[in-house]
Design a protein around this ligand. Structure first.
Ligand code: CMC
Length: 432
């Protein structure tokens, strides 16, 4: 088969340049412009990377128009229904679902890495009690390379593997400790007889003075939320992890960079922002006012939990989240949840509104997750922390793929410079 190409004609010189088109297994092909600058002297200009494929990857595929999300080829709906979080972690990291033996081994490894270095507990005391747990999570994760330097040599595959397992296993412990610290309760050590989701709930909500029983429906919902957030292709935080890692930085430092990027309200911070927005709306009769504000060009208010850079259809994760939300509220006997009523009415109104239809703005994963997390008892400030706990495996899988890619180079974008050209220095006394 002949290689597909695209020809670029420079109208100022009449010169023609030909660039190969690279086909993936599914989804849009890409124009390989790696030689563009050396051939033509031009860079491409794509702020926000709306048309840029930054890497080749085999982990996650999204078709934003059809609302499809696949991890290693498996549909997110199937994984959410039939799998569990640790199996999805294995899948993302290794490319295939584990055999029974591999699954047991992996579970054993992750379970036995959940404790953190005892010295790390002292680290928390340096933070203010009222610090946002994302700030604490970011700081403590950044400090991990100071505790586990025996797994920071990225050129050693065995160290990379250990660092990956440590990161996935310890992040729930670190997250739960951030919460316990913020409310002045003692840290709760992980329990090896619990599943990943159960253990996280236990570390969050158990206290030493009485037994804590994990509600199986809540644990199932937590596991599902973790699956739904596990990876999402080259989003802002994942691209941050890849860019940080491209210089050879250790994985703990890279994940800390990813956490920092995730915190923003346009990304992982949206789940917290959705709940705040629903509380601010307060009652169904005020919805039209907020929809009007979201459509007003002169008002920077946006409907949080709506819209997505890639999905121009219903986010498939939001569909599962919506169902889970109803299940959890029913199990917990929450019949009248005013925030859920407002959310459902808001969704109905927005989906019928021309503005949202034209711009293809649908509810995203964060629209319903906040209501579930609130029902489970998670404080709002922990919502994005939970997102980070789940996404850590995605960051690690993408980091590992990058390090193992023989074509990997340091990420170094260029720019369109529009500042001053060269100026002569003027001594201070001669400046006008
Ligand atoms: N409410 C009102 N208008 C919106 C919204 C919204 N939530 N989202 C986008 N628009 C409008 C926007 O004003 C723009 O209008 P115009 O073309 O007239 O300028 C148009 O839709 C396209 O928006 P954009 O900002 O150019 O699109 P983007 O791809 O850069 O942004 C987004 C995607 C997710 C940042 C944005 O939709 C948004 O801010 N949504 C609210 C925050 C949110 O829910 N984020 C969670 C994303 S899902 C979880 C994750 O992956 O992290």
């Amino acid at each position: 088969m002949t290689q597909k190409t695209v020809t670029l004609i420079d109208n100022s010189t009449g010169k023609k340049y030909e660039y190969p088109v690279l086909e993936g297994t599914v989804g849009p092909a890409v124009i390989d412009i790696r030689k563009l600058y050396s051939d033509t002297g031009y860079f491409t200009f794509d702020p926000g990377y709306t048309s840029t494929g930054s890497t080749e990857s085999q982990i996650t595929y999204i078709d934003g128009d059809k609302g499809i999300l696949l991890h290693r080829g498996y549909a997110i709906e199937d994984l959410a229904e039939h799998s569990d979080f640790l199996e999805v972690c294995y899948l993302l990291l290794n490319g295939a679902l584990p055999t029974q033996k591999e699954r047991e081994q992996f579970e054993h490894t992750i379970t036995h890495h959940t404790m953190v270095h005892e010295q790390l507990t002292a680290f928390y005391r340096g933070f203010r009690r009222d610090a946002h747990p994302m700030a604490v999570l970011c700081g403590v994760t950044g400090a991990l390379s100071a505790f586990y330097h025996d797994s920071t040599d990225i050129n050693d595959p065995q160290q990379r593997l250990i660092a990956s397992h440590r990161m996935i296993a310890k992040i729930p412990t670190i997250a739960a400790m951030a919460y316990k610290y913020s409310i002045g309760q003692p840290f709760v050590y992980p329990r090896n007889d619990l599943s990943f989701a159960e253990n996280f709930l236990h570390m969050m909500f158990a206290v030493p003075c009485e037994p804590y029983r994990v509600n199986p429906v809540v644990a199932k919902a937590m596991d599902r939320i973790l699956i739904l957030h596990a990876d999402h292709e080259q989003n802002a935080s994942t691209s941050t992890v890849r860019l940080a890692g491209s210089s050879g930085a250790n994985p703990f430092a890279c994940v800390a960079a990813g956490i920092a990027s995730l915190w923003g309200p346009a990304h992982g911070g949206a789940n917290e922002a959705v709940l705040k927005m629903l509380q601010e709306i307060g009652s169904k009769d005020r919805i039209p006012e907020f929809v009007r504000r979201a459509k007003d060009k002169n008002d920077n208010f946006r409907l949080m939990g709506f819209g997505h850079r890639v999905y121009k259809n219903y986010d498939p994760r939001a569909q599962v989240m919506r169902r889970t939300c109803h299940e959890v509220l029913a199990e917990l006997g929450i019949k009248d949840e005013p925030l859920l009523d407002i959310a459902m009415e808001l969704e109905r109104i927005a989906l019928e509104d021309d503005y949202f239809i034209e711009k293809k703005l649908y509810p995203n994963v964060d629209f319903y997750s906040g209501i579930i997390l609130k029902a489970i008892g998670l404080p709002t400030s922990m919502f994005t922390v939970l997102f980070a706990v789940a996404r850590t495996v995605g960051w690690i899988a993408q980091w590992k793929e990058m390090i193992e890619d023989p074509q990997q180079k340091i990420g170094r974008p260029r720019q369109l410079y529009t500042g001053q050209t060269h100026r002569a220095y003027v001594p201070v006394g001669q400046r006008g």
